[in-house]
Ligand binder design. Sequence first.
Ligand code: ATP
Length: 233
Amino acid sequence: MLNVINVNAAYGGIKALRGVSLEVNEGEVVAVLGANGAGKTTLLKVISSVMKPISGEVLFYNKKIPSVSYQSVKMGIIHVPEGRQIFPKLTVYENLMVGAFLNKDKKKVKEDLEWVYTLFPRLKERENQYGGLLSGGEQQMLAISRGLMGHPKLLLLDEPSLGLAPIIVNQIFDILKEIRKKGTSILIVEQNAYKALSIADRGYIMSTGVIEKSGTSKELLSDENLLKAYLGE
Ligand code: ATP
């Protein structure tokens, strides 16, 4: 469904992606791993049209992705950014409604809301609380749920485990498995390599803007030297 082909991207003179190619097939969970500054966030920004590459192509179902990110959302590419970026002065419910802004079918929105509340009952309990007053883990749950309200075909997740206690990370990863069961493909960027590979079918390892290695999760997890060399684990 997603083909990233030989993409180069930069911030002024700083090259962040150099000849990056990867693919995600329908129904897959794919992990992109690598240390700080490897270019993982930049890759997601290019896929969701938040950032324009210098060269190369991104195809979604064999069509070029649009140049405006809101059009990408319409196509089903939804980006849950690093640091969550929920709206602190909106309630949990209002944050979720922002995610549903393209869906004019009120009945469907209600069903989606019920579904995300089933996935994350904590959000239902805090429905009327300001987003900014939630814990870090709850904010991450809200960010993912807001993404789900937009009906992603491909969900882009940037570091969902960042700064969260292991027990919350486990909860969130369990839910990602549920989301996948619904048929949503997931491209997940993580520094927590083991955790990401535990739910992913395949993975790519990035270092300084280049994909150094790719393989099935099993292959990558069995290569200790690789994990040590690129991920410091
Ligand atoms: P992290 O896990 O720290 O977010 P990352 O793998 O996601 O790392 P990117 O954020 O994509 O990496 O950064 C890739 C490179 O681009 C780094 O060298 C970074 O310093 C640089 N970079 C990222 N954002 C900007 C920006 N807004 N302006 C200038 N340089 C940037």
